[in-house]
Design a protein around this ligand. Structure first.
Ligand code: BMA
Length: 377
């Protein structure tokens, strides 16, 4: 019987040119379970909703300011009545060894929020906007085209970069359940690399070969040296021009280093209705590029960052996001953060109580194919 099943599986694999014929990273049991959830929801054309920093702060509240360490708040919960299925976290500045992220969140609060969300059955993803190791500037400092070469083996900043990746690894190794099991993480380093605004961008100061080497070096250390087999590796380019696909191909580190092909794509401000229509159109042009590439490499797809700053259109959820993703086999769509600090008062990409798109967000939540936390628990 067992032999019969094996033969059948082999035939199915060859005929469908299935994912297992491609190489892929090896994962812990918990990460495999997470990937199985992704396979299931995408096969049903259901899409998880995600929100950046959702449990840490919202438009009117911030766990850092009130010190409550209460991770039961969420702008998404306050409006739609449920937490997002996916919560994104950002660890920029961790490499400098401080207590606060570049978005002024204590790293120990991030750790607790991750445990709370995963404990409730949610999906966790991480991004990292590291500073520029050559100039000392921010992640957005693109003033030198020598920076990536300087962190690769043999470069003057190689040791420094490896120590930064080590700090990141140690933090991720501290994200465990009460039983000590590593929490699976959709790990999204070196994102939007087809842009020109980060020092690792290939339309900016980095070459495609350097990018690929940077990714592999990061992977080899985190997985090979540190044993982080809980990471689900998501490469997440943006799509900007005719050149983007070729740049993605030329900088791709290889199937054995990647699990998910993501895409970051935002709507623009301006006439709300017109801009929303443009966003839907842009996504419609982006998906064939991403899916073609992902299918060729046997990978799943996610909309790893999206939204419009200030959420100016009251129907953006059903007229914009829903139209951009419905019927597509994508794991999740994550809108960026709802900042609450004075310097970023209009810097929000989801809704909150009293915000113009609140009712429409509830309608988006009620769609039969959108998944929030209760839907995946
Ligand atoms: C950007 C902005 C910044 C933030 C960074 C990292 O898109 O939201 O304010 O510091 O992401 O989260």
């Amino acid at each position: 019987m067992k032999k019969y099943i094996l033969v059948l599986a082999a035939i199915a694999c060859v005929s469908a040119s299935c994912c297992s014929c491609h190489k892929a990273p090896k994962h812990s049991k918990a990460a495999q379970d997470m990937m199985a959830l992704f396979e299931k929801t995408t096969s049903e054309n259901k899409v998880m909703y995600g929100h950046q920093d959702d449990l840490l702060y919202g438009h009117y509240w911030n766990v850092n300011y009130d010190g409550t360490q209460d991770y039961s708040r969420s702008d998404v919960l306050f409006t739609a009545g449920d937490f997002p299925a996916v919560v994104g976290f950002e660890i920029g500045e961790i490499e400098r060894g401080g207590e606060y992220s570049l978005d002024s969140v204590r790293f120990d609060y991030i750790r607790e929020a991750v445990k709370a969300h995963y404990g409730r059955g949610g999906v966790v993803t991480f991004s990292w906007h590291p500073n520029n190791p050559l100039t000392g500037g921010t992640a957005w400092d693109v003033s030198s085209n020598k920076v990536v070469a300087s962190v690769l083996p043999g470069g003057e900043n190689h040791e420094k970069m490896m120590s930064w990746i080590d700090i990141v690894s140690e933090f991720l190794l501290s994200l465990r359940t009460d039983d000590g099991e590593l929490i699976p993480i959709v790990w999204r380093p070196w994102h939007e690399h087809v842009g020109n605004w980060f020092w690792w961008c290939v339309d900016g100061p980095c070459t495609e070969q350097e990018y690929s080497a940077l990714w592999k070096m990061t992977f080899d250390y985190m997985v090979g040296e540190k044993g982080l087999d809980n990471l689900i590796w998501a490469i997440s380019p943006d799509i900007r021009s005719e050149k983007s696909l070729q740049q993605i191909i030329d900088s791709y580190p290889g199937d054995e280093y990647v699990d998910i092909i993501g895409v970051d794509c935002y709507g623009w401000q301006g006439d709300p209705q017109q801009r929303t229509a443009e966003y839907v159109e842009r996504m419609a042009k982006t998906w064939p590029i991403i899916f073609k590439f992902a299918e060729k490499h046997g990978k799943m797809v996610a909309l790893t960052e999206t939204g419009v700053e200030g959420m100016p259109y009251e129907k953006w959820w059903t007229e914009g996001l829903a139209k951009a993703i419905e019927g597509r086999p994508i794991i999740y769509a994550l809108t960026w953060r709802n900042a609450s600090d004075a310097a970023h008062v209009d810097h929000y990409f989801s809704t909150f109580p009293g915000q113009a798109s609140e009712e429409d967000f509830k309608a988006f939540h009620d769609l039969p194919w959108t998944l929030f936390l209760k839907d995946i628990q």
